[in-house]
Design a binder for this molecule. Structure first.
Ligand code: NAP
Length: 306
């Protein structure tokens, strides 16, 4: 099969495109012929060597949409020809390729109304936003949430989800993306280059930070006493708050079928729209990962594999 992969760690330029062996299904696994796979923030971190890997070559990529082409023993609920989408098991990478093997229990059937491109564009960002906003922050109707980095993939889903839950949403973005985040449903959009969010936001119930670094640490200041903050761009541990009486949380982005079905349901009901997508060929993976690494992407980059 064709794949985009690395044989050493480094910047996006170390990505290669070529032939690697086809996978075959272990018990409980299916093989999926990939139709689309998306670029996520994790991919350039994996490329740089930020996460432990079992050995080279490493195929990048975490989410996908495609068609089941083989079924391992013990798989009873999926069959060859089913359209499925999902995210590889935690700690695994390897969807920038034509075929993947994955546990059947962590994929979901792709609704016909959702294209392969939109399904992969929504998969990891949706899973992450659901884990953070619903499962970790347990955001409730009537609460106010500050979502940092509103124009990014995860945040774009989180804004729509928070609004759907009945919360008031404040978000941060650069000037050129303010209309975009308002269109997603943000009640208040702050140009982070012009305004320090701490001067105009206070007493919020919850923060969801997708930016990391100083932005993450500064976010504690705007919480009300008893408020809670969730962080996905500050490593594997939640940052230690610089004040008392607030909760600092690191969502566990576990994979399972019900969360993917929740994404499909949120799309079906119109609560969440797919992000704007720019299409790439797998052979151009280095360019796509480079754009993601620059950290000013609006929407998603998707490989149209078939
Ligand atoms: N399992 C997990 O834990 C998990 C899962 C998914 C993602 N993540 C992590 O979450 C982070 C976000 O991922 P993503 O895929 O959503 O990223 P992304 O799509 O690449 O988004 C980056 C966004 O950040 C915004 N941004 C950059 N600097 C900013 C600042 N100072 N203030 C506000 N916004 C700023 C940019 O918007 P402007 O152009 O408007 O600046 C851009 O839209 C990454 O670090 C990723 O690795 C973790």
């Amino acid at each position: 099969m064709k794949a985009a992969y690395i044989e050493k760690f480094g910047g996006p330029e170390v990505l290669k495109y070529g032939d690697l062996p086809d996978p075959s299904p272990e018990p409980g696994q299916i093989v999926v012929d990939t139709f689309a796979a998306s670029v996520n923030g994790a991919d350039w971190k994996v490329c740089a060597g930020d996460y432990a890997q079992p050995g080279f070559p490493v195929i990048l990529g975490r989410d996908f949409s495609g068609v089941v082409s083989a079924v391992g023993v013990d798989v009873r609920d999926l069959k060859v020809g089913d359209e499925v989408f999902g995210v590889l098991e935690a700690g695994r990478d390897g969807t920038y390729c034509e075929k993947i093997a994955i546990g059947a229990a962590v994929v979901a059937k792709k609704p016909p109304a959702l294209s392969h491109v939109d399904a992969t564009a929504l998969a990891l960002i949706g899973l992450t936003a659901i884990r953070a906003v619903e499962d970790t922050l347990k955001l409730k109707s009537g609460e106010t949430i500050l979502i940092q980095g509103g124009a990014g993939g995860v945040a774009s889903f989180a804004i729509q989800l928070a609004r759907h839950l009945g919360a008031r949403v404040i978000t941060t973005a650069s000037a050129g993306n303010l209309d975009y985040v308002r269109g997603l449903g943000a009640d208040q959009a702050i140009d982070y280059n012009a305004t320090d969010f701490r001067k105009v936001v206070s007493n919020v119930d919850a923060v969801f930070d997708t930016v990391g670094g100083d932005v993450a640490m500064q976010s504690f200041a705007v919480l009300k006493p008893g408020g809670r903050a969730a962080f996905i761009a500050s490593g594997t541990q939640a940052p230690k708050p610089d004040r008392g009486n607030v909760a600092s949380l690191r969502p566990a982005v576990g994979r399972d079928r019900p969360a993917l079905e929740r994404i499909a349901e949120l799309h079906r009901t119109g609560a969440v729209r797919p992000p704007p997508v720019r299409l790439f060929k797998l052979a151009d993976a280095a360019e796509a990962v480079g754009i993601s690494k620059a950290r000013h992407l609006k929407g998603k980059l998707v490989f149209k594999v078939r």
